[in-house]
Design a protein around this ligand. Structure first.
Ligand SMILES: NC(=O)c1ccc[n+]([C@@H]2O[C@H](COP(=O)([O-])OP(=O)(O)OC[C@H]3O[C@@H](n4cnc5c(N)ncnc54)[C@H](O)[C@@H]3O)[C@@H](O)[C@H]2O)c1
Length: 468
C-alpha cells in the first residue's frame, strides 16, 4: 500500500519505528474498536467497520439509539444502512452501550464521532468532544493497553492540541504518544451516499504526530481501500476537513451565481457548466488551487469586472464575484504588510510581469505592490529578466518609458544588481528566483515569498511566506 507523507510529518515518519519498506506492505488487521456517537457518521462507521470484520462497540448517551442498534435497527435513515446493521449485529460484531468506560477498556481504538455543532455566534461547540475525551481518559487511567484515541468529529485546527489532548492527559494521568495514542481522521462521507462513500473514499487523510503505533493501526484499518492515505500533522488534518467543506460550499455558490448570471443573459447555465467541467486541465484540476499571490493579467480582473457589471445591469447580485476581487486586493495588502513588518526601507522585487515567461505588465499585482511601496516612500529596485530596458522593444518599451517612467527607472539589469541594493527581496516570480538564487549566497537578506519557492531555498536568509 502506497502512502503519501506530508512534509511536516516527514521527520517524525523517518525516525519512527515503522520502517520505510515496511509501510508499503501493511496488510489489514482486525481490531477491537469503540465508536463514540451513534449519529450519521458514527452509525455508518460502526456498521462498515463491523462489516470489514472488526469487533465494534458503539457508545452513545442516548439509550433509545443504543437499544435500536442492539435490536439490529438503524437509528438514522441512510440507504443500505439497515441491511448492513442487521447482518453485523446478527453476526455479533456490532454491539451498542452507554457504558463508555467498559467500551474503551475492551478495545484498542476509540473513534470519536460526536457532534460539534455551531453555536449562535458561529463558533464551534466542543463540549461533546470534551466530555468524551474525559470519559476516554478516565478509562485509559485504569488500562494497561496502548489505546489509540482517534477523533473524527470536525474540529478547528488546534482543537486536538489545545482541548482534547490536555483533557485526555489530565483525566488519564498519562502522557499522549507515550502511554496512549492520538490521531485525527477527518470524515468525508455525505449523508444519502454515506455507505457508498465509505466503501469507495475519494481521499483518506490521517493526522498523526510522532505516533507510529496509532499510524500503523490506521493504515491497517484503511489497507483495503484503493485511495492512497495522505499522512499529515494533526493540525493539518483538522484543517483539511475545513478546506474541503469551504471548497464544496464555494463550488456550489459559484455554480449558482453563474446560473443566475447565465439566466439573465439568456444562456442555459447547465450547457455552460457542462462545458466548464469538461476541461480537466484548467477547470476540474489542481490548476489555480495553490495558495500564493494575487491574480492579475489582461484577462482575469477584466473579465470578472465585466461579469459583475453585466450582473448589475440585469439586477443580479454577484456577491461571490465581488468577494473574488476583494480577496485579490486583500492578498496584495497582505504582501505589502509583510514588507512593512520588516522595518527595512530598501526593497527588491523579483518579478514584475503578471506571471513568469511574459513581459505583460497589465494588471500585474507585482506592479501594484511596486506602486504602493513607492507611494509610501520605500526605496525600490526591480529585477525581471523579461522586463529589462535593454531587452524590451517597440510598444512595450514605449509603454514602460512613457506611461511608467517611475517604474522604468527602478529596473535592474541583473539579479546581482538587485541583491547588492536590497535589504528585503520580495519574490513574485518563482522561476526568476530559482534561476538566479545562487547570486544570493553570502548575502544576508530577508526573503518574502509570494510564490512558494522550493523548500530548500526557504532557509538560510530570513524567510517569510505570504500564506504559509
Ligand atoms: N453528518 C455528516 O454528513 C458529517 C460528515 C462528515 C463529518 N461530520 C462531523 O462528524 C461529527 C458527527 O456528526 P453527526 O452528523 O454524525 O452528528 P449527530 O448529531 O448525528 O450524532 C452525534 C451523536 O453523538 C452522541 N453523543 C453526544 N455526546 C456523547 C457522549 N458524551 N458520548 C457518546 N455519544 C455522545 C449524540 O447523542 C448523537 O447520537 C460532527 O463533528 C460533524 O461535523 C458529519
Amino acid at each position: 500500500m502506497d502512502t503519501f507523507v506530508g512534509s511536516r510529518f516527514r521527520s517524525a515518519w523517518d525516525s519512527s519505528t515503522l520502517e520505510k519498506n515496511e509501510k508499503t506492505r501493511l496488510d489489514s488487521a482486525k481490531f477491537r474498536i469503540c465508536v463514540f456517537g451513534i449519529g450519521y457518521v458514527g452509525t455508518v462507521s460502526a456498521a462498515c467497520l463491523a462489516r470489514d470484520g472488526h469487533d465494534v462497540v458503539a457508545v452513545d448517551v442516548n439509550q433509545d439509539k443504543v437499544d435500536l442498534l442492539n435490536r439490529g435497527l438503524p437509528p438514522i435513515v441512510e440507504p443500505k444502512l439497515a441491511e448492513r446493521i442487521r447482518s453485523v449485529v446478527r453476526a455479533g460484531r456490532l454491539k451498542a452501550t452507554t457504558d463508555s468506560l467498559a467500551a474503551v477498556s475492551s478495545t484498542d481504538i476509540s473513534l470519536v464521532c460526536v457532534g460539534t455543532p455551531s453555536q449562535d455566534n458561529g463558533s464551534l461547540e466542543t463540549s461533546f468532544v470534551s466530555r468524551v475525551a474525559q470519559e476516554i481518559g478516565e478509562s485509559i487511567r485504569k488500562s494497561t493497553n496502548f489505546h489509540s484515541v482517534v477523533m473524527r468529529s470536525t474540529m478547528l485546527p488546534g482543537t486536538m492540541e489545545n482541548i482534547v489532548i490536555p483533557i485526555l492527559e489530565r483525566t488519564s494521568g498519562k502522557r499522549a504518544y507515550q502511554d496512549f495514542g492520538v490521531a485525527y481522521l477527518p470524515e468525508f462521507l455525505r449523508e444519502g451516499t454515506a455507505i457508498a462513500d465509505y466503501d469507495d473514499p475519494g481521499t483518506i487523510v490521517i493526522g498523526v504526530d510522532n505516533d507510529p503505533l496509532t499510524l500503523r493501526r490506521l493504515l491497517q484499518l484503511h489497507a483495503k481501500f484503493s485511495a492512497t492515505p495522505r499522512i499529515l500533522s494533526i493540525r493539518g488534518a483538522e484543517a483539511v476537513k475545513y478546506a474541503n467543506n469551504a471548497w464544496h460550499a464555494t463550488k456550489i455558490s459559484f455554480a449558482n451565481e453563474m446560473g443566475l448570471l447565465c439566466k439573465a443573459m439568456g444562456v442555459d447555465s447547465h450547457e455552460v457548466m457542462n462545458a466548464l467541467v469538461a476541461d480537466k486541465k484548467l477547470n476540474i484540476s489542481p490548476a489555480y488551487l495553490k495558495p500564493g499571490f494575487a491574480f492579475g493579467g489582461s484577462c482575469l480582473p477584466k473579465d470578472v469586472s465585466a461579469l459583475r457589471y453585466a450582473g448589475r445591469n440585469a439586477d443580479v447580485d454577484t456577491p461571490l464575484l465581488d468577494a473574488v476581487l476583494q480577496a485579490n486586493e486583500n492578498q496584495i495588502r497582505s504582501a505589502f504588510r509583510l514588507v512593512a513588518a520588516t522595518g527595512k526601507r530598501r526593497i527588491g522585487l523579483i518579478g514584475l510581469s503578471f506571471k513568469p515567461d511574459t513581459d505583460d505588465l497589465r494588471y500585474s499585482p507585482m506592479l501594484e505592490i511596486a506602486e504602493r511601496l513607492i507611494g509610501r516612500g520605500y526605496q525600490l529596485a526591480i529585477y525581471d529578466s523579461n522586463v529589462r530596458l535593454s531587452r524590451l522593444t517597440g510598444v512595450n518599451r514605449d509603454h514602460l518609458t512613457s506611461r511608467l517612467p517611475h517604474i522604468a527607472c527602478l529596473l535592474r539589469e541583473t539579479m546581482s544588481d538587485l541583491a547588492s541594493f536590497a535589504e528585503v527581496l520580495v519574490v513574485g516570480n518563482r522561476k526568476e528566483f530559482l534561476k538566479n538564487s545562487s547570486v544570493l549566497k553570502g548575502h544576508d537578506k530577508i526573503i518574502i515569498d509570494l510564490v512558494r519557492i522550493a523548500p530548500e531555498k526557504q532557509t538560510g536568509s530570513e524567510y517569510r511566506g505570504i500564506c504559509w
